[in-house]
Design a protein around this ligand. Sequence first.
Ligand SMILES: [Ca+2]
Ligand SMILES: [Ca+2]
Length: 327
Amino acid sequence: MRMEMLLHGLHKEKKSGKCILRVSFHRQGPTVGDVDGDGRTDVVVPTVSGNIYVLSGRDGSFVRPFPYRTHGRLMSPVLLVDLSRREEKMKGLTLVTTSFDGYMYLIDGSTACADVVDIGETSYSMVLADNVDGGDDLDLIVSTMNGNVFCFSTPSPHHPLKEWRSSNQGRNNVASRYNREGIYVSHASRSFRDEEGKHFWVEMEIVDKYRVPSGHQGPYNVTTTLLVPGNYQGERRIVVNQIYSQPGKQRLKLPTVPVRTTGTVLVEMVDKNGLYFSDEFSLTFHLHYYKLLKWLLVLPMLAMFGILVILRPQEGAPLPSFSRNTD
Ligand SMILES: [Ca+2]
Ligand SMILES: [Ca+2]
């Protein structure tokens, strides 16, 4: 595919029989994913004139029925996210973007049918995806020029690879990771917990769905870092570096820190093309000891209260008197 589409000015020109699309970019760049769900990579290009083009990654031809036309400028990359519901077969991706007409568009990649949300504000930043309010559904985050941050819940279940937390996903990746390529920490490992032993396990999975002819994108250079905040006086960064040749599940042993603190485990992966992927989760160390202290205080109080209730004086009984009986 000709990368001349990254140049300025929106022109279509015929050069040696190839159609070259030139679009104007300011902040908005292309994003990559299988938009229509046919198994082939597509490139999504928003333009200042308000059009969203989808180009075939194989030959740069237009993927129909795109382009989709919004009624305002598009000033940010288009988020590509799988919004299929639970138990629903994934058909393609949903294109999510804000336009300067004040709407947020959710465009189905296979049909180009859109749902719009009236925000009434404009935005220069990409719509992001993450699970911010807990639960297990994916949320969409829109920040606007008026200074508002909107969070929209979706009916789609959350998966770490569906997250899109910054426009370049940490470094240099503009491709949708879910069902494509990435690394994530398993649900059991990432659930919030306290670690007390000498070591703990991190279970992660390297996903690589690239097929023939490109084949797998390995070897995968995986760096796992345990970050602890300043109150820990030992070695602040515990780093384990490993190179895997195949995708799949991996387990890794990390040492716990000897003090009561919080920590974050950051898993980073660089594939053979230098593309960067990351995932992270937080946990605590030795907090149960602290919880025990709480019970040490509360249990005697509860016991005393119970004794007082059982041994309370019968109603109508005279108060004990310590005055001398003079009769
Ligand atoms: Ca496709
Ligand atoms: Ca959520």
